[in-house]
Design a protein around this ligand. Sequence first.
Ligand SMILES: CC(=O)SCCNC(=O)CCNC(=O)[C@H](O)C(C)(C)COP(=O)(O)OP(=O)(O)OC[C@H]1O[C@@H](n2cnc3c(N)ncnc32)[C@H](O)[C@@H]1OP(=O)(O)O
Length: 519
Amino acid sequence: MESLNKMKSRIEIMDSTLRDGEQTNGVSFLPHEKLMIARLLLEKVNVDRLEVASARVSEGEKEAVTGICRFAEQAGYLDRIEVLGFVDHNKSVDWIADTGCHVINLLAKGSYKHCTQQLHKTPEQHIEDILDVLDYAESKHFRVNLYLEDWSSGMINSPEYVYQMMEAMKDTNIERFLLPDTLGILTPTQCEDFITKMVDMYPDKRFDFHAHNDYDMAVADSLAAVRCGASGIHVTVNGLGERCGNAPLSSVEAVLKDMCDVETNIVESQLNMISRVVEGYSGIAVSPNEPIVGENVFTQVAGVHADGDKKDNLYSNALKPERFGRKREFALGKNSGKANIEKNLEELGMTLTPEQVRKVTQRITELGDRKEVVTQDDLPYIVSDVLNRHDAMEERVKLLSYMVSTSYGLKPIASLKVEINGKVYTADATGDGQYDAFVKALRKVYRDNLNRTFPRLTNYSVTIPPGGHTDALVQTIITWQDENGRVIRTHGLDADQTEAAIKATFKMLNIFEEENTKK
Ligand SMILES: CC(=O)SCCNC(=O)CCNC(=O)[C@H](O)C(C)(C)COP(=O)(O)OP(=O)(O)OC[C@H]1O[C@@H](n2cnc3c(N)ncnc32)[C@H](O)[C@@H]1OP(=O)(O)O
């Protein structure tokens, strides 16, 4: 409890997506991507500080940092840009100075082992080298923060070395001491213990804690560090970073706000936006169950939960989706009850009698039993099917017959006959695959006969049950966008993948046709 007295009321957030985050295997941001992420983090998300690169990495990296600094200077943010540099006499400082940045996060060694076995230096030699860089950095009007790399194992195995470093540095102009748990080995209890020691011994110094997630403790350790007096926490968007990554920005922000009652400057309504942008640029998909930003985390699945939400939000906690620019959804599947269905019908503006809701619910649970996913866009179709309610969904676009062929060395061919609003059309086309040929033929019908643009396919996913049976049902979920930007997601289920995709396609065409007719 005493530790809580040391807790700061406002915590600085330093985002290292562009430095430590880019150390994720397979991630490499282009300069314009780095600039876009930096702008959004500074202007929209409002992180306090941004570590954008390691010095000396490459010419491309230098170009990227220069671009960020140019933007930051014009916008008045230059003080918030930082670059990691090495204890290499003047090399890193010069590299960073060339970019226009003037804050170096100097990477010194925080454990005896790293100092003696990686640098092959005695602590005294290393201290001398650091002081040498500090002098040079100051002569260039740099501000300096000091990383004590591998500090966590230093505190476990060589605490006297850590204190020797601190004693040697305490009277310098170092602004912040950055304490990394480089290998993600600390428990929250150890973190509390070690941060408390640092804060007690050097009460007038500012300490940042830098977590790694090897034991899935990054957020818990960050919370522990704040409770014991850390002034700043290092994060990355989506928890990107080497191995298991760093502490995710979104979780750290929510935990600090909801569980510690400390302030940060983060605009939480922008957290989902930045997560999506970094997901796109990094190519690293966010897990659907990732707190705050995962696809599923605001979706109620169980009927009992949807029912409770209808009755005064009984199943919601402080993590309200609206805080993060998201909305609550109610899944449709075998665990749905009538409350899930009603919530979705409400959103679609459809009203059914209790008996009709019961029938639709029954159909959806049956589909769920067959492993079918039902999306909100499928719902009018199901209502139409179950209740024969043509006002719900009339089949205006019908596939009367089709043929798709595939052969070795020749392009697949599709030939089809469709009925659209009572008129019959035929077309054929070749494509890169059977489904591609089929869609190209359909496109021809829409373009040549109806003078209309066929919706654009934006995502296509196929799932098959595990087990490797070739006769298993295949589920295809396709996302489409029409020329007005309206997005819908439909699914098809069949033993044949092309047939499943065709089913999803005709659902989509009927939904768009229905909407066109109502206009
Ligand atoms: C906190 C962290 O995540 S640490 C990550 C820091 N960032 C990076 O590593 C960025 C990517 N790295 C690179 O581009 C390159 O490794 C460079 C440009 C830094 C150095 O490249 P190279 O000269 O080819 O050296 P190499 O990568 O093989 O080895 C690293 C060298 O840095 C030394 N080194 C390690 N830590 C430090 C440090 N804090 N300060 C100075 N030198 C260091 C090592 O002892 C080794 O030197 P040696 O070759 O004389 O034994």
